[in-house]
Design a protein around this ligand. Structure first.
Ligand SMILES: Nc1ncnc2c1ncn2[C@@H]1O[C@H](COP(=O)(O)OP(=O)(O)OP(=O)(O)O)[C@@H](O)[C@H]1O
Length: 317
């Protein structure tokens, strides 16, 4: 039976005595079957709080009790692991108590849902940032955790995968799970959270009104980079969406062209990041948000089936 996760007088500081407290005196209760959003300005301690909730970090003082079976998607996923995507997921599934067969089935199911099953046999070190983020999400979802902790897990995903992750979060809550997330897009899961907290001045405060009700203006920045280059990580983090625009003036999509949507409050930082990046990214246009969204192509069904068969073969060997 799922219990409440309790933080009592929790404090965390890094380094020896004398170091400043990032969090102090935090009392927090997360109930089963609830979705909690954590907000706050940069560097206020959101990731620190999530690591304490997930149990991958321990408080300097105070205590955390009632943590159920937990899965966590970190802000930065160590992609250079010596596994294929499927191999890694099967390994993680075993760690979570699944048999190899169950883990393989769950791995394929989640890679399929996230549109990455064609990369099942790809070494993790060769995956693009977006694909490795999908693996990070799949590893968290595959064992149906009772507590799911997501630290900017939507960053770098294409539109279809972002929607799928939102769906998965709502499914977890409907199944009685506890979900807690940080995301810089105020529209993420708009209207869905049962409670929102802001981290500020070393503690958490309840935020009244959903993030969707708070107005935010967005700016769309179209950029041109070298063909096949990944945009700078900081730009991807700041943007609430990264899309490939439609076809360019010639045949096919404009290579290296991306459309980044960013809250107006972050647009200056985004432009600075792009302009100082090496190799350089050329800013083609800056404008108001347009409703047109291009969904990146999903994997053809035949390819998905092929990859699933590959994974099956790997499990049996
Ligand atoms: N492992 C660490 N060692 C030392 N200091 C740390 C460590 N992790 C975080 N900090 C510091 O703690 C403070 C809070 O960091 P944290 O990453 O929790 O904030 P955040 O709100 O998640 O930030 P962001 O919005 O930039 O992701 C920052 O001053 C950061 O430099």
């Amino acid at each position: 039976m799922n219990r409440e996760l309790l933080l009592e007088s929790v404090g965390r500081r890094y380094g020896r005595g004398g170091a400043p407290w990032v969090l102090r005196g935090v009392d927090l209760t997360l109930a089963p079957g609830t979705l909690t959003r954590i907000e706050g300005a940069n560097g206020t301690g959101k990731s620190t709080l999530l690591r304490l909730l997930a149990g991958i970090d321990a408080p300097t003082e105070g205590r955390v009790t009632g943590r159920p079976r937990t899965a966590y998607v970190p802000e930065r996923f160590p992609a250079a692991l010596p596994f294929t995507a499927a191999g890694y997921l099967i390994h993680l599934g075993s760690v979570h108590g699944l048999s190899r067969g169950e883990a393989a089935r769950a791995a394929v199911e989640w890679l399929e849902r996230l549109g990455a099953v064609e990369y099942a046999r790809t070494p993790m070190s060769e995956l693009s940032k977006g694909s490795s983020q999908k693996v990070a999400i799949a590893q968290a979802l595959l064992a149906e955790p009772e507590l799911l902790v997501l630290d900017e897990a939507w960053t770098g995903l294409d539109t279809a995968a972002r929607t799928e992750l939102e769906r998965a979060v709502l499914e977890r809550r409907a199944a009685g799970g506890t979900v807690v997330f940080v995301d810089h897009d105020p529209r993420r899961l708009a209207g869905a959270p049962d409670v929102t907290y802001a981290v500020m001045d070393g503690n958490v405060r309840t935020v009244e009104g959903s993030s969707a009700q708070r107005e935010e203006t967005y700016v769309v920045v179209e950029v041109q980079g070298p063909p096949d280059a990944e945009p700078p990580a900081e730009a991807t983090r700041l943007a609430v969406s990264v899309e490939e625009p439609g076809p360019g003036p010639g045949p096919g999509p404009a290579l290296g062209r991306l459309r980044l949507t960013v809250p107006e409050t972050h647009s200056d930082t985004l432009l600075r990041t792009l302009l100082t990046a090496r190799p350089a990214w050329h800013v083609v246009s800056v404008g108001e948000e347009s409703p047109a969204v291009v969904v990146l192509p999903t994997v053809p069904a035949a390819k998905a089936v092929e990859a699933a068969a590959d994974v099956d073969a790997e499990v049996r060997s």
